[in-house]
Design a protein around this ligand. Structure first.
Ligand code: HEC
Length: 297
């Protein structure tokens, strides 16, 4: 029997199937991606990186930083908490509402609670249960609000406030996702380390900034010059002993661009696809914006 047509058909289906899966479907999902609105602030996100930071992306790429650093925060789930912001005047009604939520609330605990508002009264629950609790509290004449917090091990490490989404990379070419994490994730680096000079010193000699750092130094991005030879340069403020006396270390333009790129890595705004809310301020002003956040699964 002639199997030719059958083999052809099988190969055709396998190849066209993977083409649809890997090319057509992602193109359909992502090609129309645009700047989007942020929750609360209402500004558009992302705005392109400034020129120098854009050049810094190429320095990042050329020096293989991506082989040790990823740029994607993974979020495992969202947690909802209920924060009591205002006790109101009806002590008895609020007390019985609180007891309905948690049988451990006795008069003494409630009195303590009343003095230290805002206070989280329900931890790690679902959106439905949190909403129901808020309703119960509000009916008793007090005020409470839902606080939505993304959680997961990357977020616990302080690498980001929310998961990374495709919009975060809209203006990056190429996207430096990375796959290996020898060093920390850098997706939201600019929020935790916004000082350009810190990055320059860290690139020149990582151990001056992080004790026992195993990150390789990038000294070829700097020049060691005799002091006074070029008066315009701004030298790095390094600990003594690293540079011979009479000399100074000056970042080359590549190092400056790279540092600008590093501080431009910020993915900390709240989007409709990644809601989180700001916990109420200690003054009890209730600055949380969770009521704007869409329902969370
Ligand atoms: C061989 C692996 C390796 C390479 C390559 C590497 N790093 Fe690192 N990096 C690390 C390690 C490990 C740390 C954690 C220790 C530290 O902070 O110095 C780190 C930390 C950092 C930090 C501090 C992050 C934080 O949250 O504290 C920055 C910024 C950074 N690296 C940038 C870079 C840049 C830019 C490049 C490329 C020029 C680069 N790294 C290349 C391993 C690497």
């Amino acid at each position: 029997m002639n199997y030719g047509p059958l083999v052809f058909l099988a190969a055709f289906l396998a190849l066209s199937g993977s083409w649809v899966g890997f090319v057509v479907a992602p193109n359909f999902q992502l090609s129309t991606l645009q700047e989007t609105n942020t929750i609360g602030a209402g500004v558009t996100y992302p705005l392109g990186r400034p020129g120098l930071a854009q050049q810094g992306l190429q320095v990042y790429r050329a020096n293989g930083c991506v082989s040790c650093h990823s740029q994607m925060v993974v979020q495992e789930r969202t947690m909802c908490e209920v924060s009591l912001t205002d006790f109101g005047t009806n002590f008895v009604a609020v007390e019985s509402a609180l007891r309905g939520i948690n049988s451990n609330y006795n008069a003494q605990v409630i009195n303590e609670l009343k003095k230290s508002l805002p206070k989280t009264i329900v931890f790690d629950t679902t959106k439905q249960k949190a909403d129901a609790t808020v309703k119960l509290i509000n009916q008793a004449g007090a005020k409470a609000q839902v606080v939505v917090t993304p959680s997961g091990s990357d977020i616990a490490r302080g690498w980001g406030r929310r998961r990374s989404v495709a919009e975060d990379y809209l203006y990056d070419d190429p996207v430096m996702l990375g796959g290996l994490r020898v060093g920390p994730d850098l997706a939201n680096l600019g929020s935790r380390l916004p000082d350009v000079n810190w990055h320059l010193r860290h690139l020149y000699a990582p151990q001056t900034e992080i004790a026992n750092s195993t990150m390789p130094p990038y000294r070829f991005l700097f020049e060691t010059r005799k002091i006074g030879s070029v008066p315009v340069a701004e030298p790095l403020n390094l600990p003594s002993g690293l540079v011979p006396t009479g000399y100074e270390v000056v970042p080359k333009p590549e190092a400056v661009a790279l540092a600008q790129y590093l501080v431009s890595l910020r993915a900390d705004v709240q989007l409709y696809s990644t809601p989180f809310s700001t916990p109420p301020a200690a003054s009890g002003s209730g600055s949380g914006i969770s009521s704007n956040a869409p329902a969370v699964k």
